[in-house]
Each structure stands twice: as structure tokens, then as C-alpha cells.
Design a protein around this ligand. Sequence first.
Ligand code: NAD
Length: 497
Amino acid sequence: MNAPQGAPDIKALLGKVPTGLLIGGEWVESASGDTFEVLNPATEEVLATLASADADDALRALSAAADVQDEWARTAPRERAEILRAGFEAIVEHRDEFATLMTLEMGKPLAESDAEVTYGAEYLRWFSEETVRHYGRVSSTPEGTLRMITRYKPVGPCLLITPWNFPLSMATRKIAPALAAGCTMVVKPAKLTPLTTQYFAKIMLEAGLPAGVLNVVSGKSASAISEPIMADSRLRKMSFTGSTAVGRVLLESAAQNILRTSMELGGNAPLIVCEDANIEEAVAGAVAAKMRNGGQACTSANRIFVHEEVAQEFTEKFVAEIAAFTVGNGLDEGVRMGPLIEPAAVEKMEEFVRDATRKGAHVATGGARIEGKGYFFAPTVLTGVTPQMRVFQEEIFGPIAPVLTYRSEEEVLRLANTTEYGLASYVFTENIDRLWRMADGLEFGMMGFNAGVISNAAAPFGGVKQSGLGREGSAEGINEYTSVQYLGLRDPYSQRR
Ligand code: NAD
């Protein structure tokens, strides 16, 4: 593991990342003494050994959060805002360390990790600003009998469960609005990429976050941590980002205590290139929407629909771009795509290609694993894809771009909506009327028009159908962590009317 010039010393950086559980402001060992290893997917080397939480640890973390909930809820909004702002400044100051950590544990190229530092830190800045501008409503009953105050109170202690694909931003997208709203929390990061969250929590403590407000418990068994916490009546809210399959299981558990939930689940995004699109822009947009994060994003373009009139031009240019990708260790200069997260992900890509080619698809580039150390798969374009293939029906979550051609707007809308998912979608067109027809017709929570990357702290991120419930970011994001309280005050003039 040689550090490129200018990058932090990796051994020294890993030495700064706490390896314990964060409970009540202290980094502690798990009660059982159990541990687990975190690997670098590019080299298969062990990066760190962390304490692995069990049910007792999980409940200790919830107790720590519940104990300081009232006190944290009563802090002045300005105080919470200043802590969030200090956290933002600290992440930016430690930008290179965060970027390197993400590349080490998740694999993405350093430039993409750096972009995630900007994106992830922005949630702290955005919600520091929202904290002091979180307004309620004053109104009257229509009959004039009552004056009504509608206010937002912190919902209470939260359990936040995050995935491995965006180790910093998926954590800050939950933690920042929860802190802003006045909630305390237990965070359970993905066991494949916990180091970024561990380091982030350390930075937040240094930025002035009081003990117990943010607790972090990683571990080998996710359900051993989440089940006891969700069964405990002190928990008021669970926010999850991950697969639809796990989301469904968690929603069932949440039903027992009628927990508030936010669910950011899987996607199967269509990317539609219309006959009137600017093809250069569409190619650039499709490359970004498909291959960012090695295709391991819930917003990743999963099905690329190209109008038959422009299919040849688009496909030739798109394939040429993808075929030119340099794949390798994300720390190395010039690498455009890193490894996949684990061996099972590589096997899944092989199965997808096998299934598609057996059913008539053509491999225009890539199509196979890259042998050697690390979990690498070549960036792949499949043409002649049909709805009968698994790559059409399932979330690919890897660097395979299925291309289909279509003839009419009606046909492409029907095909694009043929999925249980409804997260991101993309349309490339120069026609404003078509743009609005697409917006009306597409059953997706988010749409990019002539844009391949749409995530932003100021945007309400979330899906419809089986892609989830609730929104993160934007003004909507903070209210996921509040409950509405209505106060009805007798109107002083009501007797006289
Ligand atoms: P995953 O569902 O396997 O895991 C997500 C988190 O849930 C991890 O922390 C994991 O440890 C935990 N988990 C797994 N099983 C659990 C259980 N039984 N009980 C409690 N927790 C459990 O997902 P992943 O592989 O980490 O992430 C990829 C998935 O996340 C994809 O489907 C992707 O689309 C989705 N995702 C969605 C968004 C979004 O905003 N909608 C963003 C990023 C990723």
C-alpha cells in the first residue's frame, strides 16, 4: 500500500481511526470482546480490526442516547447550528484523510472520494442553516373558535442504519438533520465500510458534540444490533438506507412499536435518450449516471433507453468512452474505476452477463472479471437488452450498462415504469414539452433532465413505490426527525361572535 504523492500517510491515518464502539462519548470495547476485520477491496489486505457490538452493546448505546435526549432537544438552535458548522469545517479541513479512508475501505477512485467529501460535508452546512430557520405555523380554525399553533418537536432517539457505497454522505445525510432537529442517535454503519463513520464521529466530538448525542456501534451481525434497539420503547425513529429486501424486514420490525421510519431503498433507474437529445451531452450524462461509484449507487442508470433514430450514434460513442476506462486501485493516479465491494458482487456481475447473453444480448465492451488481487470487473456495455433479462429487472449495482432501443414516447414510458422501483430517472431531450410529458409519466421520486448527477444536500432525495418512504436533504429532510404538535388556544373573541 504505497501512498501517492501528497496523500496522507496511510498507516498514520489508519492509526487515527478509533476501533472501539462509541457509547456515551467514550470509545469502548464490546462487552463480549468480539471483533471484526475491515478489508481493502482493491488489495484484499486488512485495514483495521474493530470492536463488534452485540445486543448488550446496542442497548447500552440506546441508553446513552435516551439519557441525553431531553437535554439535547433543549439546546438553543444556534448552539446546534454552530456544532454542525464546526463539523462541516472540520471535514473540509481533513478532506484528504476522509477521501483516502473512503478509497481504502470502499475502493472508489480518489477523485470520486474527494467529491463525496464535498457532498457529505455539505449536509452539515445545509442543516446548520436549516436549524435556525425551522419554522412552524400560526393560523385560526375556520369557525374562529381557536388560534392554532403547529410546531415541530424532535421525534426522539433515532436508530440510523447506513450502507457501504457512500460511507460519508449516507451517514451525514441522516446524522446532520437528526442533530439539527434535536434528536440523539445510535448509528450502525455497514460492516464493510465503518472506518469513515468512526473517524467522522471522532471529528464531531472534537467539534463540540456533547457525549451521548451520537453513538456508533458497528458489528458483524446487523440484526443483533438493530433488533434489540427496535424492540425497545425508548426508540422513536428508524432511518435506513440500503436494499429493498432489508428495508422490508426492518419495516416489519418497526411495525411492532409503530416506529416512525425513513426508507431510502434500491433503484432501477431508466436513462432515456430522446431523438432530439444533444448526443454528446447524453453520452457524458450516461457515463456519469452509470459508472460513478463503479455503478454501485442507488441512482445508477440501470437501463439506458435510446431512440432508434439516434441509437447507433449514441451507442458507438458511449461504448468508446466506457472501453477507455482505466480500472485499478482507486489510490493510483489516472484510475477511473475501482474494485467492486466484495467477491459476491463480482460473481453477481458474471451471472448478469451470462443471463443476458444467453437471452440474446451482445457484449459491446467488457463482460468479465479482471483476474488478480482485488474484486475487479471490467466496465461493460450490453446491447440488444430486453425486459426478459435480469439486468432489466434487477438492481445491477455494478459497472454493467444495458442499452435498449425504443420507437415511441409511449413505449419508453411504459417500459421505464416496468419496475417495482421508483428512485432516480434521467431524460435527455432538447424539447421542453417532452420534458414535462416525461416528468408527468415517469413514476420516480427524482428526475435528471440533461443531467447525469442530481444528488445534492439542497435536493429532496427519495423514491416512490418500493424505493422507499420519506425524503433526505432539502427542507424536507429535517422534518423526518420531528413530530408535529398542534396547540389549540381559545380565541378571545369567539364568545362574542
Ligand atoms: P444492505 O441492505 O445489505 O445493507 C444496508 C445496511 O443495513 C448495512 O448497514 C447492513 O449492515 C444493514 N443490514 C443488513 N441486514 C440487516 C438486518 N437484517 N437488520 C438490520 N440491518 C441490516 O445494503 P447495502 O448492500 O449496504 O447497500 C446497497 C443497497 O443500498 C442498494 O440496494 C442501494 O440501492 C441502496 N441504497 C439506497 C440509497 C437511497 O438513498 N435510496 C442510497 C444508497 C444505497
